[in-house]
Design a binder for this molecule. Sequence first.
Ligand code: NAD
Ligand code: USQ
Length: 410
Amino acid sequence: MRIAILGGDGYCGWATALHLSNRGHEIAIIDNFLRRQWDFELGVQTLTPIRPLPERLAVWQQLTGRVIEPFIGDVTDYDFLASMISEFRPEAIVHFAEQRSAPYSMIDRKHAVSTQVNNVVGTLNLLFAIRELAPDCHIVKLGTMGEYGTPNIDIEEGFITIEHNGRKDTLPFPKQPGSFYHLSKVHDSHNITFACKIWGLRATDLNQGVVYGTLTDEVDMDEALINRFDYDEVFGTVLNRFCAQAAIGLPLSVYGKGGQTRGFLDIRDTVRCIELVCINPASRGEFRVFNQFTEQFSVLELAKLVQMISREMGVHVEIDHLPDPRVEAETHYYNAKHSRLADLGLEPHLLSDALVNSLINVALRYRDRIDPAMFAPQVNWRAGRNRRRTTSMLGRDLALAKEPLSSSIS
Ligand code: NAD
Ligand code: USQ
């Protein structure tokens, strides 16, 4: 298939692009390197030394003989997006190109606005461009399990059948997101549902859980293909942070009681899920929702797991309970359905299978690059304005995002 990966220089996008290319699909990567700019703005960097995109792609081509076509530009720039679609003519577009950090979106007004503008406008542009230029193209959109929040009932896959005053209907599952970032995904879901209904587009919304792991078969082929491993307080996800903390003997930073339970999946399953969804597309006019995760854990369970494995490796780490900087339930019911990807053939990897190789060993390998100052949570949900350290990029990032660097660097 011809598949365009929006956000293909990022964590999920890079691993997915390589996997699909390796499987024989024709791949284009679309990215404007906004994420690399956000790291610069915040003064943070991935633990792993990721290479510039042209270098990554050249190494991939040398190793496999496969070409991935880069289109460098901004998906919030309609003309750029439309020209990419006209030139590449994708059968599926996988949309990863959004600002994906909840803490980033909660820094202050400017960051909340730039997150929602980037995410909602990019997705709207995509819907209009597909309607105009490629109405048969399947949209594979990355949503998040965090759209649902933590209701005191089972979470269904996108829709719930309810009876009210003697009448019955199947309706979108209620959304109770926990950050302006998570809210942007809810807005996207509504816009996509509407576009499928009025224009007959085809779309799959993947409500993905927290992704972990660095290695996939493809990324592991060469050091130059290494993927991101974010551990800072803004972009670092919880398991990465615990493994990086363990690697330098710091206490694990559990927020509050640690009963916050989330769905998780291995990056090897992310890439597989995307292929399964692309080769089994939604029908015209259909808006599908799949919950994309494989196991659920509480934050405290994860901390205990990392502590236990570290002990087996000869390192003793403590578990700290820090005041929770977020507004979220610290203990709650959680039971989310996730059978639709398994029905398509997903055979999950388990965390027990990845924790040492894909996380702790990677953290140990690059431990000299760990900056302990990156762990302390500084973004607080209750504050309207956080004093998060940023560079002078702050006011410029949106303006830069509006100026495509060039339409292609092929
Ligand atoms: P990431 O930040 O590593 O990658 C996103 C990429 O998109 C970056 O390379 C960035 O430069 C690019 N981008 C952002 N805005 C853009 C724009 N306007 N135009 C062009 N490129 C743009 O994020 P990720 O972890 O790979 O996440 C990818 C997607 O998956 C996001 O939508 C995220 O919400 C979703 N998701 C991620 C996780 C996770 O645990 N990482 C979990 C659930 C859902
Ligand atoms: N947490 C800690 N200690 C830490 C960091 C986080 O206890 O040092 C807690 C948080 O309070 C939260 C949980 O761990 O309860 C998960 O936080 P996270 O930062 O790992 O993940 P989250 O903010 O939910 O966001 C990540 C991705 C996002 C994606 C989401 C999927 O950054 O793009 O949408 O996971 S989900 O969680 O299903 O919404």
